[in-house]
Every structure is written in structure tokens, then in C-alpha cells.
Design a protein around this ligand. Sequence first.
Ligand code: GLC
Length: 622
Amino acid sequence: MKPPKKLTSRKQSLTHPLPARLAVTGLAIVMALSLGAMKCLADTDTQAGAMLAKMTLDEKIGQMVQVDMAALKNKADVTKYFLGSVLSGGNSDPTDNRPETWLRCVNEFQAQALQTRLKIPLLYGIDAVHGHNNIIGAVIFPHHIGLGATDNPKLIEAAEHVTALEVAGTGIRWAFAPCLAVSQDIRWGRSYESFGQSTELVSKLGYAGVRGFQGESLDSNSVLACAKHFAGDGGTENGKDQGDTVCDETTFRKLYLPPYEAAIKAGVGSIMISFSSWNGKKMHGNQYLLTDALKNELGFKGFLVSDWAAIDQLSPDYKQDIETSINAGLDMIMIPNGPGTKNNYVEFINNLKELVAAGKVSPARIDDAVRRILRVKYQMGLFENAYTDPALTAAIGSSEHRQVARECVRQSLVLLKNSNHALPLARNLKHLAVVGRAADDIGIQCGGWTIDWQGQPGKVTTGGTTLLAAIKQTVSPETEVTFSADGSNLKNADAVVLVVGELPYAEFKGDRQDLHLTSDDIELIKKAKSSSAPVITLLYTGRPLILDSALEQSDAFLVAWLPGTEGAGLTDVLFGDYKPTGKLPRLWPRNNEQFSAVHLTGNPLFPIGYGLSYDAKLARKN
Ligand code: GLC
């Protein structure tokens, strides 16, 4: 099945349409042409240079500061300190998570920025890492590991285009995505944010993701993408989050730099630096990699943003951290701390001013950073129009958007086993038993980074379809569908659909040394098997797990990863409307010694690229 047609041509503007009286006259054509011309780098470079020449040091340093919304108790500080950016970290939300509330809140920050002397517009950033995942009613896509299993760049581009439309629907023009981690060790809590263990796959899908957000070039229809986290975040020893990637330069360059070369080729406008280290040196202080390699050798023309208070980890001295990170090549610093707390944004501004006065950070370095930031803002048309089109708000969660996510779910599923043609299921079974808490839990189905940073079980977002709901919508009226979390509904079942796997987590809270399926899950599968009905097991997981007896106890075994809100994509495969095409984006370990792809010993249970299908004509059993 071909991925859905492009939702909208890139011509759909994210900002207010041209006033009607202009849109029909020759003048509009001239304006459109000059607007297009103005966006080429040379002109936006000229515009940025002209603006830079007008700016005071305070105004320049303000552009280099990104403050978390929760730290900005007084929105007027955006004006007072000439702030260039505001973000919402995983748990920084307005009074509620409705799209209208977000739109109003973001626009209030923008209005503050436009009250400054030079009216330099704000860039608002958020972690839209699998759809616009902070927002109630938004479409939540499969996490990257599921998208990696699709191996379908066109589909990933369509998915990020939908995400861009929904992000813009809340007034936001910057998404901290796509994550380009080439994850080597599944003990890492961010394994699911990576497309997989293959540099080539991550590069291919990362390129598509940037194009999905930004379009063919950065312009007024773009949401700024942010390739992250540069670099080697997925290669740390034992998969420790924010740990140390230990390897020689040849290996580092071969494994971890190509995705950024691809993102730069796609025109990515921002890159976020990794908390992790390379051979013991923190990435946020590595001038060789940030400036010599990324900016000069690879020719990155956008700007580098730090991670969440990441520069504070460089040393015990905040002022020294600022000097080290800015001189290493950081252009914008993400600061989650407000007045009255340590290492806050006012402290940052005062320290950086002192460092410039003392000659420890050169005016040329400040100008380079600010020019990069301004150039992106000019390319995005923010100076012409700092606000997004409110018509986009109503499209959040639309059926058209959900269709794209449903297609992603279908293509992400990897079939590891299908004995006795257990799949596809007939629609007219007499009794279909659905078992396992996660089968009716949208929060578990979505995973981490959903409404809250860590995600959580339960009804965390509206508008989603659980697997159980999708099954009830798919089977024929004469089929009895029963549900239990504990397998108490197995009596006289003609087939059992069972869901096991991980509960939501994010970042270092997901680091695990033991990746066995839980004993409760193993026992639940054994209990289902004792019913003598065919057992179809679905695994919700951010990474491969050690399956032990789970595989042999299941008649069919389908890896669903973390599918998101569109549960109908699961039933499309379970009932044969879509043949499984997903392929493992990373090896599947046989035991606890096979966590790392780099230090692999022996044969894995399943190799990267493994995935079964079935003959669709069998789907029509009924
Ligand atoms: C987090 C993550 C990064 C995210 C940022 C803002 O710690 O490392 O991926 O974009 O902070 O939430």
C-alpha cells in the first residue's frame, strides 16, 4: 500500500495568508517572487548582517538565550532581556493542554518579543518527537524505533509534515526533532527515540524527517527541525544515558556523523548538542567537533542549541561553563532556571557580558552566533509574520492526520512468528478474548513523551483508539469480544489477542540493565496458551526485550513497538487488511549478553532486517 498522498502541498502556509486584496493582484505575484528571493541564504545573510549592525551587546546576548516557559514567571522578561527563544520542556505546560490554550500562551510570549526596540521575533521550541505529543487531541505517532521498522522515508516525511502542521496549530514554529541517535545498546532509556542501530537507516530517515518539518527549504511554511543530539548519544558505554562514547575517531565519524551530514543536506536549521561525552570529553565543550567538524568541515550554516542545562555539567563554575561552551561553538543556550535559582538566565546574561568585556569570549564569536540565529529567523519569514495561521488549530487531530499515523502503525509492525497461520484473524470468530492491561490503555500504547515527559498509563490523551476499541470496531456483529487484564476471560475463546511489554518512561529513567520480559507477562502468556486457543501476542516496547518462553508459548508474535493513538493500524494487520511489512531496525538479543550491537557476541535471536509476512488471501477466512 503506497503511503498516503501528500496531505497538503507545501504551498499551504503556516502563517496568516496574504490579505485577500493582495492575493489577486499582480502585486501579490511580485511580492511572492520577492519573498521567495528574499529567502535565499545570500539575501537572508544580508538581512541578518544589517540587523546585527544595529544591535547592542545586550540585544545580541538576549538572542542567544532560550528559557523554559516554567522559569519565566514574568513574561515581560522576554522583552526586558531581549530573549531569542522560549521552550516548553517535557513537563512545562500552560494552565491546560488544550490547543487553544497553547496557542494563546505562545502568542503572548511572541507579543512580548515584538515589543523590543528591534522587534526581533521569538522562536518557540518544543519536543514534538512523535507527533505534537504535549497536546490533548493531537495525533500521536509511533516512536522512532517503530518508524525505523517501516524503512519508508516518504512515510516519515509525511508523518513529520503532519506533526509540523499540528505544532504550528499551537503557534509554535520549532520542533526538537528528529532525533538522529544511532543507538547501539538497548539498555539505553532513549533507544525508542532512535530509528535503529544502522547509520545508513538513521541517515536516510533523518533526512526525510527534516524535509517533513521544513519542506524543501527553510521558509515561511516551515517548522524548524532540530537534529539531535550531536553526536554519539546512542553509543555510550552500557547504554548509559548522558554517558561516554568510547571509540577512535574513525569509528566515531563512521557511525555517528553521517546522519548529521544527511540532515545538513536536507537543510536542517538547528542542531542540539548531546549531554554525552566522546572519550571522556563532554560534547558541549568540544570545539573540534562543534566548530571544526560540524560548522567548518560539514558546512552547517544554522545554529547550535544546548540541551537542558547541559552546560552546567561541564564544571563546578557556571561562568567557566559559559565561556567553554560558547567558545566551543554553542550559539544558543537552553536555560530551565529562573530568578532565585542557581545558574539562571539573568546570571547567564550577566556572566556572558563580563566574559566579553574581559576578552574571554570574542565579539566575533557573539556575532557569529547571533548571525546564525537571525538568518534562520529571516529564512522562516518570522520577521514578515511572527504568528501562525489560527486555521491550523482546528486541524489538530483531524481524520486526515490520523490516517497518516495509522499507515505508520501498519508499516511499523514486525511479525516474528506466525505458526499454523494464526494470523490473519477471521472477523467472525465466535469468541475473541483480548487479554492484558495495555490492550485497553492509550497511555501505555503511546509510551514516554506523551502529555508528560515520562508519559503514564491511563487516558493521557483524548482522541486515541486503543487496541481493544479497534478490535471491537473491526469484528463482525456476531463476534463476542471479551477483555481482561489477567486472563480471566479465556474460557471458550476461539482466539486470544494478548498484549505485554513496557510501561512508559523517558530518557535516563528508562535505562535498564535487565531487559527480560516481566515474569507477570511470561505467566500471562502461559495462562493464555493453556486455553488451547491460538495465542497472538503483541509486544508494546521501546526496544527489543529478552523473550524467554514468550515466543514458543505464542502462536503468533507481533512487535508493535510504541504505536501511539492509532490502534486501528494494529487491527489492519491482525485481520489481514494489511500484510505485515515491518523489518527489525536493530538486532534482537537472545540473552543478557547481547545488548550491544558494537560488542555483540554470538548470534542474536533475530538479525537486523528480520520480519515475516503472511499471504493476504488467507485474510478472507470468513
Ligand atoms: C531533554 C532532552 C532533549 C529535549 C530537551 C528539552 O533533556 O535531552 O531531547 O529536547 O531536554 O526538553
